[in-house]
Design a protein around this ligand. Structure first.
Ligand SMILES: Cc1cc2nc3c(=O)[nH]c(=O)nc-3n(C[C@H](O)[C@H](O)[C@H](O)COP(=O)(O)O)c2cc1C
Length: 341
């Protein structure tokens, strides 16, 4: 199995736009879009990573002999750890990597299956950018989640039939893409959404709906009112709005507001088993990871993705051992301390 450093080294040989920094923190690539950076000054991406440092883990080895079990589940599907590959589109354009979008999607889906977790796929200006990945999920017994842009009704209708014919685990919609200039100006554009529009989408689906791009308690409650099954607390890795707060800062309030009936996932700047633990302690049911998983796929294909998740799983298990958590359910707020600086 390749280590995280070996995976990075392999990726570095294959990308021209990402610097593959020792820690992927948004500093070197500020404002680089296309590229892998955050929008504008890049402050949102940087803050996602920075604020995680304010959450500290409480060392506690007095809970008896523990064999940590990192397994969890998402929509009834058992996973080896509650960490998933985030949807990432435009690999060539953003990373400067010579890998086709199809090959990338296959590597993400297969690597996640081998690691016993779940990969999300993306969407784009052209219909095939959604239906292609969807059929790849279908060919893999529905082991994947497709993500749809927040199109106006016509764009949704074009995609929904294929979703309902497939055996995909769930449909996500990244509503925070509503401001992306390329998509706003496309023939069938994207739009910001209302409760009614989200409810209509939910009612026309026969798989669970995940609303991705929730950063306030109010928007989380609107997604709940629309009967969404899950939300992703996300600012799109800092790519859609500069100067927002980080996802870890808003997570706990959102979890408390929506209650137990809704699955809450989070992403943005999570890089290690330590970071995953912090999100779970603040109430998340799972975490999505973007850029580093993409680099693992670019560097070493499906096997790289599998190794990435296995490294992460081992690190999470180690943190659980040292903090007195035998299972994911044991990772609660009392296992962390939030410091001021
Ligand atoms: C190059 C790039 C492309 C992305 N494309 C998509 C996309 O097509 N759909 C989507 O929902 N999110 C997209 N995202 C956002 C990710 O799904 C995720 O929210 C974010 O990358 C998480 O932050 P992290 O990369 O710091 O882990 C993209 C992010 C990057 C960096």
């Amino acid at each position: 199995m390749k280590t995280m450093n070996e995976l990075k080294k392999l990726a570095k040989e294959k990308v021209t736009k990402c610097r593959v920094c020792p820690v992927c923190n948004g500093l070197a690539c500020r404002g680089e879009i296309p590229g892998v950076g955050g929008k504008g000054s890049g402050s949102t991406f940087v803050r996602n990573v920075e604020q995680l440092k304010k959450v500290k883990i409480n060392l506690d080895v007095t809970c008896g002999a523990i064999v940590p079990d990192t397994s969890s589940e998402l929509f009834g599907k058992k996973v080896s750890l509650p960490v998933y590959a985030a949807p990432i589109a435009g690999i060539t354009n953003n990373f400067g990597a010579e890998i086709s979008d199809d090959q990338y999607t296959c590597d993400i889906l297969d690597g996640c299956i081998q690691a016993k977790t779940i990969g999300f796929t993306g969407d784009g200006k052209f219909l095939e950018m959604f239906t292609g990945p969807l059929s790849m999920i279908d060919q893999r017994d529905g082991q994947g989640i497709c993500t749809m842009k927040p199109w106006v009704k016509q764009g949704i209708e074009l995609r929904l039939e294929a979703v309902n014919r497939s055996n995909v685990l769930a449909l996500a919609t990244d509503i925070d893409s509503a401001g992306l200039p390329l998509l706003r100006n496309s023939e069938i554009p994207v739009e910001t959404k209302s409760v009614e529009a989200l409810r209509e989408l939910k009612e026309s689906l026969n798989v669970p709906l995940i609303v991705k791009g929730i950063m306030t308690v109010d928007s989380a409650l609107r997604a709940k009112e629309a009967k969404a099954d899950a939300i992703v607390v996300s600012n799109h890795g800092g790519r859609v709005l500069d100067e927002t707060v980080s996802t870890i800062e808003v997570l706990e309030d959102i979890v408390k507001a929506v209650g137990d009936e809704m699955t809450v996932l989070v992403d943005g700047g999570f890089r290690s088993g330590y970071d995953i633990f912090k999100a779970l302690a603040l109430g998340a049911d799972g975490v999505l990871i973007g850029r580093p998983v993409s680099l693992a796929a670019i560097g070493a294909g499906a096997e790289g993705v599998k190794d990435y998740f296995e490294n992460l799983r081992k690190e999470l298990a180690d943190v659980m051992l040292m903090s007195g958590c035998a299972s994911i359910k044991d990772i609660t707020k009392d296992k962390i301390t939030i410091v001021k600086d």
